[in-house]
Write a protein that binds this ligand. Structure first.
Ligand code: CO8
Length: 258
């Protein structure tokens, strides 16, 4: 499918999905969200893809939901269409690892989109924020839930109530991002991380993602049981035999996703 708001490139088993609405700092309109959900699902189903990198431009990952598109909508419009709901859920169902490579602004829905990914690597010019309160709305795509889980109540409340932005250093300190890199190296570093993931067993990577995500949905006892059962289940795979044999034979493993 040809996209108008995205650029998708696949190389070395990594799909790079670039948000591409430069005229609006990659503001997320309904078309972009639908195209993104489609591109993510396509990458998830593509045997040539083992990891996905979601990125924007040097100036903006995404400056939020498209305010021009939303400004005159009614409750009936947004509730009736479940604005962004189905597409966001579709992205959260992707089973392959997704890295967000964030430079510049990641605000409102942009910050939420980055948090929908599995981890965030950001440039030193990144700015994160949930400024919806300035527009008379609350976050609508996970900001009050995922940001709170990522950085804790104090910082989440501060960000949502004051609308202030968090810079890259604070985002790393707070656990929102896994790494900060110089802006000029962002894609190189994100791709390096992605390629490392492509070298693992895709089955194991999927299980890791499923188990970490389960920790947000369940009690510790249930989560530990889930993890242990997955660990046990991995012994039914050839990749477990190969990974452990390769370690003992002091060589690189050749995983076959079986
Ligand atoms: N929507 C639409 N257009 C935007 C947006 C946006 N969110 N952000 C920037 N733009 C446009 C501007 O209107 C401008 O266009 P034009 O040249 O035609 O006027 C162009 O992008 C460049 O922007 P600026 O001139 O403002 O650039 P600056 O460098 O001066 O400022 C900022 C950059 C600080 C990022 C500024 O643009 C800004 O504050 N943007 C809005 C940020 C914001 O409030 N984001 C939250 C939006 S609400 C939201 O995301 C809700 C999420 C809920 C989703 C789920 C719903 C179910």
């Amino acid at each position: 499918m040809a996209y108008e708001t995205l650029i998708v490139e696949i190389e070395d088993y990594v799909a790079v999905i670039r948000l591409n609405r430069p005229e609006a700092l990659n503001a997320i309109n309904a078309q972009l969200m639908t195209e993104l959900a489609h591109a993510m699902a396509a990458a998830d189903a593509d045997e040539q893809v083992r990891c996905i990198v979601l990125t924007g431009s040097d100036k903006a990952f995404a400056a939020g939901a498209d305010i021009k598109e939303m400004a005159t909508k009614s409750f009936v419009d947004v509730y009736g269409a479940d604005l962004f709901g189905l597409d966001a859920e579709a992205i959260s169902r992707v089973r392959k690892p997704i890295i967000a490579a964030v430079a510049g602004y990641a605000l409102g829905g942009g910050c939420e989109l980055a948090m929908l990914c599995d981890f965030i690597i950001c440039a030193d010019n990144a700015k994160f924020g949930q400024p919806e309160i300035n527009l008379g709305v609350v976050a609508g795509m996970g900001g009050t839930q995922r940001l709170t889980r990522a950085v804790g109540k104090a910082k989440a409340m501060d960000m949502h109530l004051t609308g202030r932005f968090m810079d890259a250093a604070e985002a790393e300190r707070s656990g929102l991002v896994s790494r900060v890199v110089p802006a000029k190296n962002l894609m190189e570093e994100a791709l390096k991380a992605a390629v490392k993931i492509t070298e693992k067993s895709a089955l194991t990577a999927m299980a890791v993602k499923e188990s970490v995500n389960r920790s947000f949905e369940t009690t510790l006892t249930e989560g530990l049981r889930f993890e242990r059962r997955l660990f046990h289940a991995m012994f039914a795979t050839e990749d477990q035999k190969e990974g452990m044999a390769a370690f003992l034979e002091k060589r690189q493993p050749q995983f076959r996703d079986r």
